[in-house]
Design a protein around this ligand. Structure first.
Ligand code: ZN
Length: 236
């Protein structure tokens, strides 16, 4: 089954398991509480357990294929703090916007299987701003900060988010991985050479690898076109 521990609960985990979902098999007779403690997290630190998006007691017996989200007590969010406003969680319909935000360097969680309860619980635990086109979602009492987007087009949505939260689109930091939101780290060409097409190998010398999903990146024509599009949005 798939486990993900949110916010500071990651401090209890082995580094490769922090901030991401991972597979972990649990024996049929084991409770969620037992599994969570076996992974290193004391049950007293857990405020909310979600199994397949639904709140569940710690004594729940897990089944193969279950998706388990483990959340700490809600963090106090200062809505005025820019770092809080610039960390996002996008609803299931905003996958393309999530990719643009990641490309522009902004920490954005997105998962097409999250339901509303799960999404707002994660937003509250991690102090993230909820992005959605569903105004009912923003009416839930756990939502501290959010934006209801009017436009259908992902780049127009990016412009809207940038305007509302004063995102420095042009001075944004390095791109995050479009697939998994981790921050790629520079990697020596020699280490990735074998994975590259001959044309890429000949044309580029600077490469990055995502620590989350191991994808390799370089600043090719696709990257340049996306950079130009973000620049154009920033000028509006
Ligand atoms: Zn990745």
């Amino acid at each position: 089954m798939e486990f993900r521990f949110y916010a500071e609960l990651g401090d209890f985990l082995a580094p490769p398991r922090r901030g991401r979902a991972f597979e972990h098999a649990v024996a049929p007779h084991e409770s969620a509480k037992h599994a969570i403690e076996a992974l290193g997290v004391p049950h007293t630190e857990v405020a909310l357990l979600l199994v397949n998006g639904q709140p569940a007691p710690l004594e729940t017996r897990l089944r193969p294929g279950d998706r388990v989200a483990v959340l700490p007590a809600l963090r106090r969010l200062d809505p005025a703090a820019p770092d809080a406003a610039w960390r996002f969680i996008a609803d299931a319909h905003l996958g393309r916007l999530a990719r643009w935000l990641r490309f522009a360097g902004f920490d954005t969680l997105w998962h097409n299987a999250w339901d509303d309860a799960e999404l707002v619980a994660i937003a509250a635990a991690e102090g993230r701003t909820v992005l959605t086109r569903d105004r009912a979602l923003l009416m839930r009492r756990e939502v501290v900060k959010g934006a209801c987007l009017r436009d259908d087009d992902p780049l127009a949505q990016l412009a809207d988010v940038a305007r509302r939260f004063s995102l420095p689109l042009r001075e944004a930091g390095p791109s995050r991985c479009l697939e998994c939101n981790a921050v790629p780290v520079p990697v020596a060409k020699a280490e990735v050479e074998a994975q590259l097409l001959p044309r890429t190998r000949a044309a580029f010398d600077a490469f990055w690898r995502c620590p989350g999903c191991a994808r390799v990146f370089w600043h090719g024509s696709h990257w340049r076109r996306m950079r130009e599009a973000v620049g154009a949005v920033a000028l509006d």
